[in-house]
Design a binder for this molecule. Structure first.
Ligand code: ATP
Ligand code: MG
Length: 787
């Protein structure tokens, strides 16, 4: 019928069609990357609305990121027509969002039942860390023995598991300490009306679990619940779904039957185990919900056959899998390009060079994504992109609202909005410096704790009772006066003028202006950008009742980089492998694929963590539609250190015939040391390798590149321009040492191979000896042995 045409059900394959058009029931779609799980989920919503006349009002859809939620809304609107999905937050509309976003929305509506003040604020992880540190100090805990970070992990882990201190019994002395911190921390949060991320979910679950009326309201409303990326749900998220769905036969008394739940996921893409996600939820779902129909999808529509083959081969090394193979009808495509960079700067140049070429050949910047394991890797990539004048965007990590100066300004605004916000109080009482030292702060903390007050109240008390020294007393008084004065001045102003006034009058702007160089400049620009952010801000429906400033502050806490204003500008996409989940790009670079980076150092001795790293590799590789580049650097400056890494084991797990090793040309010699400029980058690679990055993907002719000797027949058949895996001017094979390899020398002891150059008798090798530092040796005389 016409609904079929509109929904384009004919685009679906048989299995997908079955899932989309099944009668309302519980369903589990279990399938590998790029097989159309998300597409099925979205089509299913459309189908329910069109073919079953289901009201959008009765649908709850959970996505993994805000970006995915926005995209889903957009796709549904174009599928069903404007207005059908309801305004983003309108009561008639569908609930689409992340677990945190939806639960936060729920708490805003039910703050009373949740025993929260109406203007409760969301505490981000940075603020949470500070608050915990402060509490541990006031409990006189040694921060070497009991690091605040560890306490924070403990608390969040317990919350993710749905546990309050009263539920936990421990005989382990260390855990008892953390438990004591958890208790004190929770008291402080409750006193100040602060809610951390894990608390959002736990608290909303508690409201549902203890408030029959609220629960039955939502059960009546949400007849259909759909969850994407289900493999990464944690215990409390799963409990939340179970409760809302009425998994155990619904509500008999009120005759509310259980809701229909569709979950889609892939156990091979479970990458948040370290954060409490439980892939076992997939199994639990089949037990806890009745008559679950399991649907498997096996055709991949995203990637080339080569990328798919390589990804399948890598993930096959994991033992703990539900097991599935993906196939594709797609083209063979180009081989995966592997580049061994000299250092991280060379790596960044190589990547940028290839993006430039892509652009020159008519591609857009936003079609390329650079994925990395650690956030810190972005800095060098960013600077290479800047140098080349290419726009880029970072998802996650360096979010605008996470930047120091922005958080300072927000903390002032938070103080203006709520005096009892201890985290904000701590952040700005001495920023800019007003001579309030650690000793005074400690007195305030102690007083707050012992008298069960907020820091603001404690400060007032100490001033009244003249407990502070003259100087400290003046400083604290002037801070408090400032806040009171800010409040009365800004109250009648529009939001953006409030922000502007606070930024100026607090002295923040002057402080950052005084900071020398580009950094200070950027910070000032960011502060200015905050004023624009306020200008652009419109509160959603649930927050319209509260003061605009408080609403904006909540929005700022929840907002992540993924929905910044420049989201639609054509720009290279930078993100961690974790935040790439669910996304796809024509061209993907995976940078820093080195032992010690990826898999990470920490995962080294744990088989489970290693498997999770491998799943992350699988996620990364399967983001690529047409082109995949994998790079690693022989030396890397990071965290202020010089690191020497071998190529990642994941590279070795890719079948040889899927890979093309990009080598520098024979005319070019590598720099002999450090960070000298002016060599290589992508031009040598394109001129000499003949590995085309032009748009004729998958073509087997016309690249005119060179053919490697050994692989000639095979490569020309399999991979377009062909390639040579063995030839290299670096002659690693002759010296039998690979870069990054550990070697031993009679005099200098053990070290790591950094570099090689020259041929035969002239070949030289650079080794970084553990005890003697980096040395160039003539390979034939060096008599190195591999270890
Ligand atoms: P991931 O596990 O990475 O989240 P997924 O299983 O959710 O992947 P989708 O993102 O839904 O996969 O789909 C991958 C790509 O394949 C998308 O571009 C989608 O439009 C396309 N696709 C899915 N099914 C079909 C189909 N039947 N015909 C054509 N294209 C399809
Ligand atoms: Mg998906």
């Amino acid at each position: 019928g016409s609904s079929t045409a509109m929904l384009k059900l004919n685009e679906l394959n048989e299995r997908q069609y079955e899932a989309v058009t099944a009668p309302p029931q519980n369903m589990l779609v279990l399938a590998g990357a790029g097989s159309g799980k998300t597409k099925v989920l979205i089509s299913r919503i459309g189908y329910l609305i069109q073919a079953h006349q289901t009201s959008a009002f009765s649908i709850l859809a959970v996505t993994f990121t805000n970006k995915a939620a926005a995209e889903m809304r957009h796709r549904l609107e174009s599928l069903l027509g404007q207005g059908t999905v309801g305004s983003q937050y309108g009561a008639s509309g569908m609930w689409i969002g992340t677990f945190h976003g939806l639960a936060h929305r729920f708490l805003r509506t039910h703050f009373r039942e949740a025993k929260l003040p109406e203007s409760f604020q969301v505490l981000d992880s940075d603020d949470q860390h500070r608050l915990i540190r402060r509490i541990m100090k006031s409990l006189n805990l040694d921060d070497k023995r009991y690091p605040a970070k560890q306490a924070m992990w403990y608390i969040n882990g317990k919350k993710d598991d749905g546990l309050r201190p009263k539920h936990i019994e421990s005989f382990d002395p260390t855990e008892q300490v953390f438990l004591q911190v958890y208790t004190a921390y929770q008291e402080a949060c409750d006193r100040a009306g602060l809610v951390d991320f894990a608390e959002i979910l736990l608290r909303s679950h508690e409201v549902l679990a203890t408030n029959a009326e609220v629960l039955s309201h939502y059960r009546k409303r949400f007849r259909h619940i759909l969850v994407d990326e289900f493999q990464d749900t944690n215990k409390i998220q799963y409990a939340w779904i179970r409760l809302l769905a009425g998994a155990h036969g619904g509500n008999v008394a009120e005759k509310i039957p259980p809701s229909h739940v569709m979950i889609v996921g892939d156990d091979d893409q479970s990458i948040y185990g370290w954060r409490g996600a439980q892939v076992e939820n997939i199994h639990s779902f089949q037990k806890d919900f009745t008559n679950v129909e399991v649907i498997r999808l096996e055709q991949n529509y995203r990637s080339t056959a080569t990328i798919l083959k390589a990804s399948n081969a890598v993930i096959a090394n994991n033992t703990d899998r539900l097991g599935k193979e993906l196939w594709t009808e797609g083209a063979e495509g180009d081989p995966i390009a592997l580049y061994a960079a000299f250092n991280e700067i060379d790596e960044a140049r190589f990547i940028v060079g290839n993006i430039k070429k892509w652009q020159e050949e008519g591609g857009s910047l936003s079609e390329s994504a650079i994925l990395y394991r650690n956030n810190a890797q972005s800095r060098v990539l960013e600077s290479a992109l800047n140098e080349a004048g290419l726009s880029y965007r970072i998802y996650g990590g360096l979010r605008f609202f996470d930047r120091q100066e922005i958080k300072d300004a927000l903390a002032y605004l938070r103080m203006v909005s709520n005096r009892d916000d201890d985290a904000a109080f701590e952040r700005v009482i001495n920023t800019p410096a007003r001579g309030i030292g650690e000793k005074t702060l400690q007195m305030l903390r102690d007083a707050a704790r012992s008298q069960n007050m907020t820091m603001w109240q404690a400060a007032g008390r100490l001033l009244d009772e003249k407990h502070l020294s003259g100087r400290a007393s003046n400083a604290v008084q002037s801070f408090m006066d400032l806040i009171v004065q800010l409040e009365s001045t800004v109250q009648p102003l529009p939001l953006h003028e409030q922000a502007d006034h606070v930024i100026q009058s607090s002295g923040l702007k002057a402080m950052y202006q005084a900071e020398k160089g580009e950094k200070g400049q950027t910070r000032v620009e960011n502060l200015e950008e905050l004023v624009s952010a306020c200008k652009d801000y419109e509160p959603d429906e649930n927050m319209q009742e509260m003061p605009l400033l408080a609403a904006f502050l909540s929005h700022a806490s929840l907002e992540s980089g993924e929905s910044q204003a420049d989201a639609y500008e054509d720009a290279v996409q930078l993100m961690t492998l974790h935040s790439a989940k669910g996304l796809e790009f024509p061209m993907v670079f995976m940078a820093g694929v080195e032992e010690g980076m990826f898999p990470s150092q920490q995962s080294g001795d744990s088989p489970e963590r290693l498997e999770e790293e491998r799943r992350l590799a699988y996620v990364g590789m399967t983001r690529a539609k047409q082109r995949l580049f994998i790079t690693h650097a022989e030396t890397r400056r990071m965290y202020g250190q010089e690191l020497y890494h071998r190529p990642s084991r994941f590279i070795a797990e890719i079948p040889q015939d899927c890979i093309y090793e990009v080598k520098l040309s024979t005319q070019m010699s590598r720099p002999q040391s450090g960070y000298s400029s002016g060599y290589g980058e992508a031009s040598t690679y394109s001129q000499n390798s003949g590995y085309s990055s032009s748009s004729n993907h998958g073509s087997s002719t016309g690249h005119g590149g060179y053919q490697g000797d050994r692989n000639k027949a095979k490569s020309s058949k399999n991979f377009g321009g062909g390639f040579d895996q063995a030839s290299s001017h670096l002659k690693f094979s002759e010296s039998l040492f690979s870069l990054g390899q550990r070697v031993s020398h009679a005099k200098f002891g053990e070290g790591t191979v950094l570099n090689c150059e020259g041929d035969g008798d002239n070949s030289r090798i650079q080794v970084n000896f553990d005890d003697f530092g980096a040395k160039w040796l003539v390979t034939t005389y060096a008599k190195l042995t591999g270890i």
